[in-house]
Design a protein around this ligand. Structure first.
Ligand SMILES: [Zn+2]
Length: 414
């Protein structure tokens, strides 16, 4: 029934039009947070809305579009339109286009149980300012004035980038969404991993979002001449750090067998190293994620202990500074169950899985709004790349699922 009414061609046309905005030579997209390209993408989506939609832009530039702004309750659906530098055409854009398609299909089919609101969040990606989910955190009153002083690579502060887009950010603790009206939030997104693709599943229903704990590790030894310093007299920061990195990976691999856990050293910086020197200082970050906070923190302790033992064995100094400690989020169990029951009507293969990355949806659940996050497969797990791809049928099914939720209503609260 509903499945055939989703207009996949309209979805593809919109995704293609958004792809044009900020398109790079290799077929990627650069629409950075609070850039002119992001603004142009938002304007394009607003032009696709019928006159019946009332459009509101908040002081952070987030856009809310609804046909019934006086309704005492609303179901919010959406995602973001900014991208990383030379990112793919689907991350964020897919969620906005799917939400719009679901809303328009539901109105064409009948009457949504709860009037929906299309949401476009600004500045979800952290690649420009190092600040993640700026729009959604701001909309939910989770942003601070300090967050706005973050700067990009050209030293432009976030607040100034906002002003350059005609915005006047203010009153940060004040949500711009009336949370008492929000009965739920739905977001569709590419998985950004390879779990669904490998398992050949059409859709994923996210039940939790892994929270990261991140440290920066600095390892100090001595700088010495590579020819003149006998092996037993060295305090080699590179050799010691390399051992720490493999030990971190081994600890994570062990932990992954007993629970949900991933850990990564994503960069490695020797300070002033050279071919003819024993290097005296290395820094590297550790990013540890799990959907189980205590399991994550136990693993973290074990990992940091092992790093310390390697430093002790090699007479190196090690210091760590905490960069981030974000709790994992359990998405609303009733929402997960409701999505599962709707999806079974479609005869679509799916799996329930944790999300490795943060999404705007996470901030809604933090704010206590029942939240559903649906993944379409990332072909070969590729994301944040021009090679980002997914199966058009999966996009179709995600839109159909949301349209069905609009017509049948969100889960009944017990
Ligand atoms: Zn995204």
């Amino acid at each position: 029934m509903m499945r055939s009414d989703i207009d996949l061609e309209r979805i593809q046309r919109r995704l293609d039009a958004l792809w044009e905005i900020g398109q790079t030579d290799g077929g990627g997209v650069t629409r950075l947070a609070y850039s002119d390209e992001e603004t142009a993408a938002i304007e394009y989506v607003c032009e696709e809305l019928e006159a019946a939609f009332e459009i509101r832009t908040d002081h952070l530039g987030n856009v809310f579009a609804t046909r019934d702004s006086d309704a005492d309750r609303s179901l919010f659906l959406g995602s973001h339109l900014d991208t990383v530098h030379n990112g793919g055409r689907l991350d964020g854009a897919l969620g906005v286009v799917v939400a719009l398609e679901a809303i328009q299909t539901a109105y064409a089919e009948g009457d949504p149980q709860i009037p929906p609101t299309l949401v476009i969040f600004r500045g979800e990606e952290s690649s420009r300012f190092g600040q993640w989910g700026v729009g959604s955190r701001g909309a939910l009153g989770q942003l601070t004035v300090e967050d706005l002083s973050a700067t990009d690579q050209s030293n432009v502060p976030l607040w100034q980038a906002m002003q350059s887009q005609g915005l006047r950010p203010q009153n940060f603790s004040e949500p711009t969404i009336d949370l008492d009206r929000a009965v739920g939030f739905l977001e569709a997104h590419i998985e950004q991993g390879r779990v669904l693709h490998e398992a050949d599943e059409q859709l994923g229903i996210v039940n939790s979002i892994r929270g990261p704990v991140r440290h920066r590790v600095t390892v100090e030894g001595d700088y010495d001449h590579s020819g003149a310093t006998p092996m037993p007299l060295r305090r080699d920061a590179i050799a010691g750090s390399a051992k720490m990195v493999t030990e971190i990976e081994a600890t994570a691999s062990e932990a992954a067998e007993g629970g949900d856990l991933v850990a990564t050293v994503g960069e490695f910086t020797p300070e002033g190293g050279a071919i003819n020197k024993v290097c005296g200082e290395v820094t590297f970050p550790i990013d540890i994620r799990s959907n189980d906070e205590s399991y994550r923190d136990e693993t973290e302790t074990r990992m940091l202990d092992r790093v310390q033992s390697i430093a002790d064995e090699r007479d190196l100094e090690v210091s760590t500074s905490l960069l981030d400690r974000t709790p994992p989020v359990e998405l609303d169990a009733d929402m997960v169950a409701h999505l599962e029951s709707l999806i079974t009507e479609f005869d679509v293969s799916y799996r329930v899985l944790p999300s490795g990355g943060g999404h705007d949806a996470m901030n809604f659940q933090y704010a206590g709004v029942p939240t559903g996050l649906v993944f379409v497969p990332s072909v070969d797990g590729i994301s944040h790349s021009p090679k980002e791809e997914t199966d058009p049928e999966a996009i179709h099914d995600a839109a159909a699922l949301f349209a069905e939720m609009l017509l049948e209503g969100p889960p009944k609260r017990g």
